[in-house]
Design a protein around this ligand. Structure first.
Ligand code: SMG
Ligand code: MG
Length: 369
């Protein structure tokens, strides 16, 4: 595939409601889209980095800079570029998995659109519809949280995830269980906000029959998660700690997690995400697809990934309207508590040029010819 050029496009999209986690509040999504142009087709990739390096060490300006200054010149100089080669071509550059994932996704989309193959078919999807959950942020009050959760359950979401932090953990979980009973699938996500010294506090969540507790400890603390796992009944799921298929295999072998959250961006792309899926499947560890408040572009690929066989738990891939007043692509609409896997070539969705322009704050065209 011959790339004629790449566009880096920045958008600003306001979330319908602020999303608060243990590390801060997001009200505005500052998005970077990578558009790869070839003679046969063009492909889109969404960079999932946040505005500040608070979820992981990457941030959106840094991602754009490393793509512009290092990744694209390297791709332009490569004798042959395919999606399967992108990771190898960019391997000399350390880190920056979220930036790498965006570039790889755009190349993959261009390739698949040219070939007339969908993301799902390419990755190995076995379903045309996937059940999904919703991630509910920290709220000003427990009453507001309970109302919000009730609204999502009414809409049909198949599982609820509550963001937690020290001081906002047992109380909100208890309130949700008291109000909605034992039936709803319920899990929590701490985004690294605890230490092993909080084990007793976290064990107080055990009676609430949670599906899992996600990333309680710092991302580099695999040993700590293994120790914590021995003190809790609730299964530990890792998000931030899992940066590759190899790290997933290690974490599982050490007993640090029984469930894995797969975010393609965090592991450097959809192809590595599939390898994480495969490693987990081989170890009998269920996975689910994480989210980074994506637009329809990132969401389309995530839905396709979530259709692989070992994605047996509902993911953080909610309907477009959970995030934005208007999405830039055809909106993803909740149907029976799930989303349909796009069937068209590549991502199967395309940004609407008018909406795209409306949200665009800057564009940069890098010519490869
Ligand atoms: O995309 O629905 C979504 C958000 C899911 O909670 C979510 N993501 O740690 O899993 C996580 C967070 C990371 C992003 S928070 C800004
Ligand atoms: Mg998480």
């Amino acid at each position: 595939m011959k790339i004629s050029g790449v566009e880096l496009r920045r958008l600003s999209m306001t979330l319908r409601s602020p999303f608060e986690t243990s590390f801060g509040v997001v009200t505005e999504r500052d998005i970077l889209l990578v558009r790869v142009v070839t003679e046969e087709a063009e492909g889109w990739g969404e960079c999932a980095a946040m505005s500040e390096p608070v979820y992981s060490s990457e941030h959106i300006n840094g991602a754009q800079d490393v793509i512009r200054r290092f990744f694209l010149p390297r791709l332009a100089a490569a004798p042959h570029v395919t999606s399967a080669l992108v990771a190898q071509i960019l391997a000399p550059f350390k880190g920056h998995p979220i930036a790498k994932a965006a570039v790889e996704a755009a190349v993959l989309d261009a390739e698949l659109r040219a070939a007339g193959t969908s993301f799902g078919d390419h990755l190995g999807a076995v379903r045309s519809w996937v059940p999904v959950g919703v991630s509910v942020g920290i709220m000003p009050s427990v009453a507001e949280l309970v109302d919000t959760v009730g609204g999502y359950l009414d809409q049909g979401y198949r599982r609820i995830k509550l963001k937690i932090k020290p001081g906002w953990d047992v109380e909100p979980v208890r309130a949700v269980r008291e109000r909605f009973g034992e039936a709803p699938l319920l899990q929590v996500d701490a985004n690294t906000a605890y230490t092993l010294g909080d084990a007793q506090r976290l064990a107080a969540l055990d009676p609430f029959d949670l599906l899992l507790i996600e990333q309680p400890l710092p991302e580099d603390d695999i040993g700590g998660h293994a120790a914590l796992a021995r003190l809790l009944h609730t299964p530990i799921c890792l998000d931030e700690s899992i940066v590759s298929a190899r790290s997933a295999a290690e974490a599982i072998a050490l007993g640090a997690c029984r469930i894995v959250n797969i975010k393609p961006a965090r592991v450097g792309g959809y192809l590595e995400a599939r390898r994480v899926h495969d490693v987990c499947a081989a170890n009998g560890v269920p996975v689910w697809c994480g989210g980074m408040l994506e637009t329809g572009i990132g969401r389309a690929a995530n839905v396709a990934l979530a259709a692989l066989p070992n994605f047996t738990l509902p993911g953080d891939i909610s309907a477009s309207e959970r995030y934005f007043e208007r999405d830039i692509t055809e909106p993803f609409v909740l149907r029976d508590g799930g989303l349909d896997v796009p069937q068209g070539p590549g991502l199967g969705v395309t940004p609407d040029p008018v909406l795209l322009d409306e949200f665009t704050t800057a564009t940069d065209w890098i010519d490869f010819r």
